[in-house]
Structures are given as structure tokens and as C-alpha cells.
Ligand binder design. Structure first.
Ligand code: NAX
Length: 328
């Protein structure tokens, strides 16, 4: 019971939005007893599709759903929201250069930044999903300077969950037995899926799998290239797993860790592990009382250090490219 929580979903008529809205309305993001009001933002070309989504939300008659604000006006969408899931973005189309897609997307995040800063609750918690996720979150933070830096995150939980899924399958154990995996860095193919601190039941992952060649090779590329494998198979990018991971990210941040050792989150670096302060980088985090903190003092071997540095370097380059693409 209690006051409903307002949750913004941008790009709400897109594939991830369509999967995510009902998950939130079923309590998968904020718990089975927490009423919610959905704020759904789209651009005018998708306004009719969004109306259809609203009709379906009405028809599903979710007990926890206490209202829907569907709009193409960012100020209306951001008004008094407690949680903001930024999924809206421009997909890469055939023939588009990396820089063109980057430019479209970082400018979307530059323009939404003032809306969220001005209209959301001061305690709002944001997760950016739209790619380039880390860099969009960096731009959002840069153009919402009054917001608490700790309120802006990006999604790497899907990559984290992909690691869990691969290890559980390989060990033939339930997913819940796998813990302590880490995604370092960018949500891109340079991410470092690190198993060195993880466990399967009472064993370390390296003991349980007992095949370092696999863990340092095929396992890593499977996780890094999973998005492309899904596109190849489905002819569409991942949506249900992305939406489910957004719920995990927010729920573990806001509600609690559910016994997990740590979770991977793209957060604003404070310089931990030598990562440039201010950059949005995925770290192992623990959450308590609705606040995340970066897990400190993990031992980093030389191989890991190099992999963490490679994805750090890519993020620095991405940031510079993004800044060069910003429009007035
Ligand atoms: P879709 O193209 O299906 O949906 C995107 C929606 O955003 C569209 O309905 C579009 O009208 C809307 N939109 C565009 N500009 C907007 C704006 N300025 N304001 C509000 N809405 C706007 O993409 P979908 O498959 O849902 O993916 C969404 C984003 O998530 C993409 O950028 C994608 O690359 C990214 N992903 C990120 C993942 C992650 O783990 N961080 C994984 C999944 C996904 O690939």
C-alpha cells in the first residue's frame, strides 16, 4: 500500500518499453505491494503507438497500476517522477556512421537533462538504457548539474545477468547459485566480464568451472557479443532480457540486494580503481538504504587491469566524440 511511486519510461512504445511497462505494473521493479503511476514519453511519430500501449495497460487491469501519464511533452513526462528509465533513442540504421548515431543520441540526452532536473522529484533515481548508455548518462549528468551525481546511472545489469546465465548453464545449477560476477566499464564489446571474485554455491567460479581457457576466452566473447547474437537470431535486439534487467537494477538499488554479494551498475566514477573521475563506468556495487557504493579493495590481477583499462580508454574516447557532436 501507501503512496504510488511515479516511474518514467522514455521510448515507451519501443520494444523494451513495451516489455518493461507491464513488468513495472506487476511489481517487478518496486515490489509486489508498491502501487505505481507510469509516465510514458514518446516522440510525436510514435504517439499513436503509445495510445495502443495505454489501451493494453488499461485492459490488463493491473492491481498496482494507479495511473498512466502518456505524453510527447518531456516536461509533463518528468513531472514529480521518483524513478526515470531512459530507453528512448535513435537506432543505428544501415549506412549510418557511428558518429551519426552518437550525435542523434547524445543530443536527445542533452535536451532531456534540463527536463528531468527541473521537473522530477529532487530524490529521483535515473537509469539510462539507450545506447551509447554510459556516454548518454555522462551527458545527462553534465547537463543536469544540480542533480546529485549518485542519482544518474546506466544499465550494465543485462551484461551482468548474461554472465550469471552462462555460468549457471555451464555448471547446471540454478541462476540463484551464481553470485559476485562483475561487469567493468562500457556497455559495449570492450566491457570486461570478470569472474575472478564470483562464486557458484560454496566454490569460486574458477574452481566450479575448472577451465580457465574457456573463462578467459569463449565465455567472455559470448557475453560481449550476446547482443549481436540475439539480433542475428531474432532479427530484433534484446528486449525482454533488457526490460527484466532494468527491473533488477532499480529494485536492487531502491528496495535491496536480496542477498546478493554485489551487482554491476554504470555509475559516476569517484576515481576508484584508477578510473577517471566523472566518467560513467560499470563497477561492482552494493546498495543500502537506496544508495549505491562502489565495492572497494578488490584484488585486481595484471590481466584484469589491462582489460579494465582498455574499456576505460574506449569510454574516454566516446566521451570526447560525444562532446564534439553536441548541438547548441
Ligand atoms: P526501439 O527503437 O524499439 O524503441 C526506442 C523508442 O524510443 C522508439 O519508440 C522511439 O520512438 C523512441 N524515441 C526516440 N527518440 C526519443 C526521444 N527523444 N524521446 C523519447 N522517446 C524517443 O528500441 P529498443 O529496442 O526499445 O531499444 C532502446 C534502446 O536501448 C536502444 O538505444 C538500444 O540500443 C538500447 N539497449 C541497451 C541495452 C543495455 O543493456 N544498456 C540492451 C538493450 C538495448 O539494445
Amino acid at each position: 500500500g501507501g503512496e504510488p511511486v511515479r516511474v518514467l519510461v522514455t521510448g515507451a512504445a519501443g520494444q523494451i518499453g513495451y516489455a518493461l511497462a507491464p513488468m513495472i505494473a506487476r511489481g517487478l521493479m518496486l515490489g509486489p505491494d508498491q502501487p505505481v503511476i507510469l509516465h510514458l514519453l514518446e516522440i510525436p511519430p510514435a504517439a499513436t503507438a503509445l495510445e495502443g500501449v495505454c489501451m493494453e495497460l488499461t485492459d490488463a487491469a493491473f492491481p498496482l497500476l494507479q495511473g498512466v501519464v502518456a505524453t510527447t511533452d518531456p516536461a509533463v513526462a518528468c513531472k514529480d517522477v521518483d524513478i526515470a528509465c531512459f530507453i528512448g533513442g535513435f537506432p543505428r540504421k544501415a549506412g549510418m556512421e557511428r558518429k551519426d548515431v552518437m550525435s542523434k543520441n547524445v543530443n536527445i540526452y542533452k535536451s532531456i537533462a534540463s527536463g528531468i532536473e527541473a521537473h522530477a522529484k529532487p530524490t529521483v533515481k535515473c537509469v539510462v538504457v539507450a545506447n551509447p548508455a554510459n556516454t548518454n548518462a555522462y551527458i545527462l549528468k553534465k547537463y543536469a548539474p544540480k542533480m546529485d551525481k549518485k542519482s544518474i546511472t546506466c544499465l550494465t545489469r543485462l551484461d551482468h545477468n548474461r554472465m550469471v546465465g552462462q555460468i549457471a548453464e555451464r555448471c547446471k545449477v540454478p541462476n540463484a547459485k551464481v553470485d559476485g560476477v562483475i561487469v567493468w566499464g562500457n556497455h559495449s564489446s570492450t566491457q570486461y566480464p570478470d569472474v575472478n571474485h564470483g562464486t557458484v554455491g560454496s566454490k569460486t567460479i574458477r574452481e566450479a568451472i575448472n577451465d580457465d581457457a574457456y573463462l578467459n576466452g569463449e565465455f567472455m566473447t559470448t557475453v560481449q557479443k550476446r547482443g549481436a547474437a540475439i539480433i542475428a537470431a531474432r532479427k530484433l535486439s534484446s528486449a525482454l532480457s533488457a526490460a527484466s534487467s532494468v527491473c533488477d537494477h532499480v529494485r536492487n538499488w531502491v528496495v535491496g540486494m536480496e542477498g546478493r554479494k554485489y551487482v554491476s551498475m554504470g555509475v559516476v566514477s569517484d576515481g576508484s580503481y584508477g578510473i577517471t573521475e566523472g566518467l560513467v563506468y560499470s563497477f561492482p556495487c552494493v546498495c543500502k538504504g537506496g544508495e549505491w557504493s562502489i565495492v572497494q579493495g578488490l584484488e585486481i590481477d595484471p590481466r584484469s587491469k589491462d582489460l579494465m583499462e582498455a574499456t576505460h580508454k574506449e569510454l574516454l574516447e566516446e566521451k570526447d566524440l560525444a562532446l564534439s557532436c553536441l548541438e547548441e
